[in-house]
Design a protein around this ligand. Structure first.
Ligand code: TYM
Length: 329
């Protein structure tokens, strides 16, 4: 039996960024060969905060096309859109009844996101982690490749699974988060004490996977560092540390070698080389993206076909859960 891998990404107004890629998405690609992988564009998670209709549709196509462009291969993995597999929401409702309000109130992401929603906080935003638990538990998932910010949600999924199993016997597998230690939390280029984020109002803080070479150079060039000069991996210098971590992720080598390479050289040179590495990463992705995104009919066909292939698998799981609870199936 192959290890089962599940992960998801939200289609929000902006396309995925370098943090998404280095923290999570590049693991998705690497995991495809040896495991049974399910990757999901989680549109139902995106609507927990307001989304303009057209932007949501576009972002769903764009995210799906980008995942294909970075190398997700639908011959090896399942790549689908969450709302096209309604078993996710069905299981989420069932799991809601095995999740306490206290548990949900402790979720850091809810606290942060609800603070930003001044006028209206949806019940969906509060319940977001239960839908995420359903995503994961539906597939008997072993591993969930994510960035650090999602670990608390995966722990909640385990807690929900344990509570259910305790009451009804072993129905759910207990999933584990899979982190890339060095890049599990890529930081904002402008405020390196905060994570890089799609919704950062300062556009210079985040490199998006569709940014042009000029924009990449401009954003890296204006990245916040410090007034020191020596280029070293030093966590007390978060701006520099973040840039060096990105550099090392794109050009893997021992820390000491990178420090030696930049000995006697300044931030300007580091930034120039780093921008070049990022452009080299993005160029082929962007080229493939243009071919995928321009054929929406083909994308839609692929999405539907992938969802249809999954439904029998997850249908069985939902029936098992309902039967355990005592619902008449
Ligand atoms: P989302 O869409 O916010 O982010 C997608 C993935 O990118 C990771 N990530 C980062 N990694 C490193 N540095 C950063 N600055 C950074 N920002 C984001 C995230 O950790 C994530 O892995 N709730 C999830 C989507 C989801 C999901 C799931 C994930 C829904 N259901 C089931 C795993 C399993 C989210 O909002 O990710």
């Amino acid at each position: 039996m192959k290890t089962v891998v599940f992960s998801g990404i939200q289609p929000s107004a902006q396309v995925p960024h370098l943090g998404n890629y280095l923290g999570a998405l590049r693991q998705w690609v690497d995991l495809q060969n040896k495991n049974q992988c399910y990757y999901c564009v989680v549109d139902l998670h995106a609507i927990t905060v307001p989304q303009p209709k057209q932007a949501l549709t576009e972002a769903t196509y764009a995210s799906y096309a980008l995942l294909l462009s970075i190398g997700i291969d639908t011959k090896l993995s399942k790549l689908f859109v969450q709302s096209q597999v309604p078993e996710h929401t069905e299981l989420a409702w069932l799991l809601n009844c095995y999740t306490s309000v206290g548990q949900l109130s402790r979720m850091t992401q809810y606290k942060e996101k609800s603070e930003k929603q001044k006028n209206f906080i949806s019940a969906g935003l509060y319940d977001y982690p239960v839908l995420m638990a359903a995503d994961i538990l539906l597939y008997d998932t072993d591993q969930v490749p994510v960035g650090e910010d999602q670990i608390q949600h995966i722990e909640l999924a385990r807690d929900i699974a344990e509570r259910f199993n305790h009451q009804y016997g072993p129905v759910f597998k207990l999933p584990k988060g899979l982190l890339l230690k060095e890049t599990a939390r890529i930081m904002s280029l402008q405020q390196p004490d905060q994570k890089m984020s799609k919704s950062d109002p300062n556009q210079n803080a985040t490199i998006f996977l569709l940014d042009s070479p000029d924009i990449v150079a401009k954003k890296i060039g204006s990245a916040v560092t410090d007034s020191q000069t020596e280029i070293r991996f030093d966590q007390s210098r978060p701006g520099l540390y973040n840039l060096l971590s990105i550099y090392r992720a794109l050009k893997p080598q021992p820390l000491a070698e990178i420090e030696k390479h930049f000995e006697g050289r300044g931030y300007k040179e580091l930034k120039k080389e780093l921008a070049e590495l990022i452009v080299d990463l993005l160029k082929p992705i962007q080229k493939r993206y243009q071919t995928f995104v321009n054929d929406k009919a083909e994308l839609k066909k692929l999405m539907k076909a992938q969802a249809e292939q999954i439904r029998p698998v997850v249908g069985k799981k939902v029936s098992e859960v309902k039967e355990k609870i005592g619902l008449v199936i």
